[in-house]
Design a protein around this ligand. Structure first.
Ligand code: CP
Length: 312
């Protein structure tokens, strides 16, 4: 594997999950693999889990991580070709990616969507520009349309906590005050489609995800019907895909409550707004897997970095 930018880069999700579980038991067993190799982490957007767990993963492999908040600390990067750069951008991605490639053996990038220009977001111009102009492997730490490290993490967490061979997994939209990306939901859907689970999505009218992602996954506009016999409820807000980037409603009738959850386990990628997305009683209960999910971010990242290091 050269780059890891999509759940589609996972050739066999069951073997990847098994390997990640093994890394979780023996996190330092490949400590020599990354010796004298540098991981560059470039953040165009905020992060807690991704920033720390990916560094932790690199350290477990013996790598040296270096981190930069690109938006705040670097020169403004220009991504358009042929632009007369007499505005706010001071450095072209052609130079920036080539320069960082000299310092790093792998570059990991976080760049969220605009949520105003669907075509631009779907072109993944930031991630694809790094792939084009860097000379080293690229890892997505969440791009405009996907969060494949999170999706892999979630697959690991479901596998660890499944009490039956084919659990029912629901991806449920929940309210939020801000317009949020589709990336986590997209990658979760793609990961579940690769697993042996009964997978359904529930969201209000107007919030269907990109049909190229959901494919033939059943979509319910009735949350109660979707939650029937659920083993896992994975909750995430996303803005409208059809009315691109718009927040159509913030009413709390789609918030996750203990009563709605029933016997199901609760999952969320975090950060989560308490009593907006999900009530305290869920997060503070034994039904919540969110802390273990965050723990598994390290082993998902470690597996991805390991596979790339074995290939360079
Ligand atoms: N889940 C996740 O990606 O968390 P951060 O945004 O804090 O990295």
């Amino acid at each position: 594997m050269k780059h890891y930018t999509s759940i589609n880069d996972i050739d066999n999700i069951n073997s990847w999950i098994a390997e990640a579980k093994d890394l979780k038991v023996n996190p330092l067993k490949n400590k020599e693999l990354g010796k004298n190799k540098t991981l560059g982490l470039l953040f165009f957007n905020s992060s807690l889990r991704t920033r720390l767990s990916t560094q932790k993963a690199a350290l477990n492999l013996g790598m040296d991580p270096i981190v930069m908040n690109v938006s705040g600390d670097a020169w403004g990067i220009e991504f358009e070709d042929g632009t007369v750069m007499n505005g706010t951008t001071a450095e072209h991605i052609k130079e920036a990616a080539a320069v960082v490639s000299q310092y790093c053996d792998i570059i990991a990038v976080r760049a969220f969507p605009t949520l105003t220009d669907k075509e631009k977001d779907e072109s993944e111009h930031v991630l694809k520009s790094f792939i084009k102009f860097a000379s080293v492997p690229i890892v997505s730490m969440e791009s405009a349309t996907g969060h494949p490290l999170q999706g892999l993490t979630d697959a690991i967490t479901i596998s660890e906590n499944a009490a039956k061979k084919k659990p029912k997994v629901v991806l449920s939209w929940a309210p939020h005050v801000k317009a949020l990306p589709h990336a986590v939901a997209n990658s979760f859907a793609q990961a579940m489609q690769k697993m042996d689970v009964e997978f359904v999505i529930s969201n209000p009218e107007g919030y269907n995800l990109n049909p190229n992602i959901t494919k033939d996954t059943p979509i319910y506009h009735n949350q109660e019907a979707a939650f029937k016999d659920a083993d896992f409820v994975y909750t995430k807000n996303w803005s409208s895909y059809e009315a691109y980037g718009k927040v159509l409603n913030t009413a709390n009738d789609w918030m996750i409550t203990k009563e709605k959850l029933g016997k199901a386990k609760f999952m969320h990628c975090l950060p989560v707004r308490r009593n907006v997305v999900v009530e305290d009683a869920v997060l503070d209960s034994d039904s919540s897997l969110v802390i273990e999910q965050a723990n598994n971010r390290t082993y998902a990242a470690q597996l991805v970095l390991k596979k790339i290091l074995e290939n360079v």
